[in-house]
Design a protein around this ligand. Structure first.
Ligand code: 5GP
Ligand code: MN
Length: 324
């Protein structure tokens, strides 16, 4: 389906309904928060009612986002919803525990940019070319002929900024810059946002970088590098799962490396695998083969432990992809 048709279907989905539940993926990143809150701003402008839920509380770093206080814990919501907008989720499993809030016949509008998106919605606004789901929400606002207020612009800018790695990744296109110019026009302060979301590290994060770099290894070819973060390490430092965000780039950024990997032990002993590639390897496909998903250059999955077995399985698959 072409973009205009998808935009029109999404616009109609919103215009013809009210009382929406806005959901994004578990352990939200900047684009998950940004696109969800950007959508909340659009619904507010349209005079629609909405509820925003996630299984986890908003992480400190993103609490500056206007309306972030509207996020509710899904475990504390006692009703169900018939109209759902899912943002930045490649498949329904990404909703985690929040999926319990869907009524039996719930209609879903699926707004996303992941290559592995399985079109789980009643309406699907899925644009694989978009750098961020926040970019798609901006395009939808234009399609609805809505003016963004400053709050909405801050949220969408944050999503685009984080998913493009500060306009450095290969998804940074002419359109991204045009959209961002439109957001700056609304009057946001880009320095303040990048300072908060890209340049600031908590003390725990720096301690974790120091320790995690001790685990950095690469294979004989020098094309694959990986780091591991165990639960005992996180516990010892008092670090959270979010504190491990960004570590994988140390593996990917090593000269000559094509695929960088982070293996992080979760509380339940399963292993979260983050994959990043530089030019060639489609890590989205690799993650998909292990039950996860993502983009060609950034993807992830969670696998049952033990860590050594997960490492072996993932490294084997990555090496196959590199030589093929
Ligand atoms: P990260 O490694 O930073 O958690 O995720 C990288 C990208 O892959 C993000 O776009 C994220 O949404 C996606 N991703 C990570 N884990 C999963 C997963 O388990 N399933 C799916 N479908 N996508 C994932
Ligand atoms: Mn995204």
């Amino acid at each position: 389906m072409d973009r205009e048709t998808m935009l029109q279907e999404a616009a109609e989905f919103i215009q013809e309904r009210d009382d929406f539940l806005l959901l994004t993926h578990v352990q939200p990143d900047g684009d998950a928060y940004g696109s969800t809150l950007g959508m909340a701003h659009l619904l507010q402008t349209l005079g629609k009612r909405y509820t925003i839920a996630n299984e986890d509380p908003v992480v400190d770093k993103f609490r500056f986002l206007p309306m972030s206080e509207k996020f509710q814990l899904s475990s504390e919501i006692t009703r169900s919803f018939s109209h759902v907008i899912a943002l930045d989720c490649g498949d329904i499993r990404r909703l985690g525990e929040s999926a319990a809030l869907l009524a039996d016949e719930a209609e879903i509008l699926n707004i996303d940019h992941h290559k592995t998106n399985d079109l789980f919605g009643r309406a699907n606004l899925v644009d694989l070319e978009a750098a961020a789901t926040s970019q798609i929400v901006f395009t939808l606002a234009k399609h609805l002929e809505l003016d963004l207020n400053i709050g909405g612009a801050i949220c969408l800018y944050t999503g685009i900024l984080t998913d493009t790695g500060g306009f450095r990744y290969s998804n940074t296109t002419v359109e991204v810059h045009q959209i961002v110019a439109g957001l700056l026009d609304v009057g946001i302060n880009p320095f303040e946002i990048s300072d908060r979301v890209l340049e600031s590290l908590t003390w725990n994060q720096v301690q974790l970088i120091r320790e995690a770099l001790g685990s950095l290894q690469r294979d004989e070819s020098g094309k694959v590098a990986w780091l591991s973060v165990s639960r005992p390490l996180l516990n010892r430092l008092g670090a959270s799962d979010e504190d491990a965000e960004g570590l994988v780039s140390y593996a990917r950024n090593v000269q000559g490396v094509e695929v960088g990997i982070l293996f992080r032990e979760k509380e339940d002993g399963s292993i979260k695998v983050s994959l990043r590639s530089k030019y060639r390897v489609d890590v989205g496909e690799i993650a998909l083969s292990f039950g996860g998903g993502g983009h060609a250059r950034a993807a992830g999955c969670t696998m049952p432990g033990p860590a050594e077995q997960v490492q072996l399985q993932v490294l084997t698959k990555v090496r196959e992809a590199i030589v093929s």
